[in-house]
Ligand binder design. Structure first.
Ligand code: M6R
Length: 607
């Protein structure tokens, strides 16, 4: 969602802040701003719209300050405009703040502050925090004390960065349920809401723990826990380089990330198959709890939720215990039965999705054993879960998830096999499973090679469509759901997914002459049934794009892509690249901003 950057050091702050914000553009935003500090005062610049607007305001000005904060805002409280854009400053222009998250008690804070003479300029919850810090500064006459005291009054979620003329070489940082990374180099100290903002300057990074506060000086960072106790910094060398955060010759990050999938699937498998065994030592600490689990819940949002549906279906075929997938936003408030015999698996690329974090907290408080399937190292989800297995998709920058999704499916498949083994259920197909897993990266590349030459033409069929339908049965329904999500999020074409067998119970009423139906028939057990359903839509005039296996008869269909020979329960993984390309080229023909689709953010850190 919103992006934050902060810097204090020897060099000039503005380029560090602006370049950092550029690297965070993929997170989604609708206004941007910076504040620079020195002992002469604070200078704040803001602009509605793209970063280029802000850049045109600050360029050609003499701005050589060494300390500053920057922000890209994705509107939650108040429309996107200059007043609501961050940074927010107090009335004497001595304190400036940027904030990600939602301050849940801002109404009562605002009331208290207004009663004390404070006047608000914006409609945002964030502005209350800058006045609150001012309120405490007047009492304590010390910025660090005022900042820490104000943070104690906040309810909700926040990543906060504050600078002030009262301490012009310092950036004050706090976080709760909103990501915040710190960095250090010979040039200075940095903070940002996501690592790509800092990679140009340093790879010596650290995640600020939930509830902690950091005080950034040009040469060092002091850390404090929620009770105010000083803590030791734990730096790590960030595993990805700047190259990973660049497009590497592709037009967009999404295109690059689709092409990376053979490699990211390989990385996700690396070290996890030894001979004929699947090895996931990360599960060792909870083996006993897995053994006594009498039901399994898979919980996540968006694309990661679709990966959960895959997990549920794969596990249901392996073990005779109930397994269900639930969207995190529903699970956190729903009446789902969870106790100490429940195993809850949470799937998230970012590990920072607000609903998923709330859901894992709920599961833990009911005594469930929890596993995180996450991509971002050290993210909040991984700190809460009893065990974490990492997908190794690398940095995913495009808002539309592609390589993270196939890495999730791959790891979830391994996890389901391992859970079945731990629970004492063996399969006679084990050797075949290992053989195909070892081939998965190659088969994904082969699918890319098969799909690419034809997919542009198929995508151009979608260009002027208003509604497209994705259908499939069993595991193919997972592809239908994710295919429909990909198409709508980046091309803005309305798309829905249906179980093929459900069509005649209602949705077939929508099919008219030339309606595009994208059908998946890769599951031999039900392929003939799906083909019958497809023919029912053809009889009503539908145009079909069929994604199928090598053997399903497909006479009479013009637009057919056959995936390479693979075990049916792995077909979802390789067929993903087909609908990803389809959505990509359809969006590209419609001139959409593919990496930054409207209204969407990479990581949804607010509810
Ligand atoms: O970071 P997470 O995996 O928790 O994110 C969950 C969803 O917000 C995410 O998958 C979203 O649906 C993507 N934009 C889909 O492409």
């Amino acid at each position: 969602m919103c992006g934050i950057t902060g810097f204090t050091g020897k060099g000039t702050a503005l380029p560090v802040l602006m370049q950092g914000l550029e690297k965070l553009e993929y997170r989604g935003y609708d206004s941007a701003g910076v504040t620079l500090a020195d002992d002469q005062g604070l200078r704040t610049f803001k602009a509605k719209g793209r970063l280029s607007e802000l850049r045109s305001i600050v360029e050609n000005r003499e701005l050589h300050q060494h300390t500053g904060i920057g922000h890209t805002r994705w509107a939650t409280h108040g429309v996107p405009n200059n007043l609501n854009a961050h940074p927010h400053t107090n009335s004497t222009n001595t304190i400036s703040l940027v904030h990600n998250g939602i301050i849940e008690n801002y109404v009562s804070l605002k009331q208290m502050l207004e009663n004390n003479g404070y006047v608000f300029q914006s409609e945002t919850d964030s502005e209350a925090v800058v006045h609150l810090i001012d309120y405490y500064y007047r009492r304590f006459q010390d910025m660090e004390t005022a900042f820490k005291r104000a943070v104690r009054d906040l309810e909700g979620s926040y990543g906060l960065c504050v600078i002030s003329t009262y301490a012009p070489d310092t950036v004050f940082v706090a976080r709760k349920e909103s990501p915040m990374i710190l960095g250090i180099s010979d040039e200075g100290t940095y903070c940002a809401s996501d690592a790509p903002a800092l990679l140009e300057y340093t790879r010596k990074l650290m995640t600020l723990n939930d509830g902690d506060i950091a005080v950034l000086k040009p040469e060092h960072i002091a850390l404090f826990d929620a009770k105010g106790n000083e803590k030791k910094e734990e730096w790590m060398e960030f595993p990805y380089d700047l190259q990973s955060a660049q497009k590497g010759g592709y037009d967009t990050f999404m295109e690059k990330e689709i092409h990376e999938q053979p490699q990211t699937i390989r990385e996700t498998m690396r070290g996890r198959i030894e001979g004929k065994s699947i090895v996931l030592p990360e599960l060792d600490p909870i083996l006993g709890r897995i053994l006594r689990a009498d039901h399994v819940l898979w919980i996540a949002c968006g694309t990661a939720y679709h990966a959960c549906v895959y997990g549920q279906m794969v596990l249901n075929r392996l073990v005779p215990i109930n397994s269900a997938a639930i969207p995190a936003s529903e699970f956190r408030y729903g009446n789902y039965y969870v106790d100490k015999n429940t195993l809850c698996i949470f799937v998230s690329q970012s590990g920072e999705t607000a609903d998923t974090l709330a859901a894992i907290k709920r599961a833990k408080s009911s005594g469930a054993a929890t596993i995180a399937v996450a991509n971002v190292l050290g993210s909040s989800l991984t700190r809460i879960a009893d065990a974490t297995v990492y997908t190794c998709a690398g940095l995913e920058i495009a808002v539309a998830s592609t390589k993270a999704y196939t890495a999730q499916l791959t790891l979830i498949y391994l996890l389901a096999q391992k859970l079945a083994e731990i629970m004492g259920y063996s399969t006679r197909e084990h050797d075949e499973i290992i053989t195909y897993l070892n081939e998965l990266d190659r088969l994904t590349q082969e699918t890319i090679d098969i799909a690419k030459p034809v997919i542009r033409e198929y995508a151009s069929m979608l260009k002027n469509e208003h509604d497209v339908y994705f259908i499939g049965r069993q595991l193919d329904y997972v592809s239908a759901m994710e295919g429909a999500l990909k198409l709508k999020e980046i091309s803005y074409i309305h798309a829905d997914a249906y179980y093929a067998g459900e069509l005649k119970h209602g949705p077939i009423a929508l099919i008219q002459d030339q309606t595009v139906v994208i059908a998946f028939a890769t599951q031999p057990e039900v392929a003939s049934k799906t083909i019958s359903n497809i023919k029912e839509t053809v009889a009503r005039g539908a145009k079909i794009i069929l994604i199928t296996d090598q053997n399903t008869p497909a006479e009479g269909f013009t637009y057919v892509i056959r995936i390479p020979e693979i075990r049916p329960d792995l077909a979802c993984i390789i067929s993903a690249v087909i609908f990803q390309f389809l959505a990509y080229y359809a969006a590209s023909e419609r001139g959409c901003d593919i990496d930054k689709p409207r209204n969407l953010a990479k990581s949804v850190t607010v509810e």
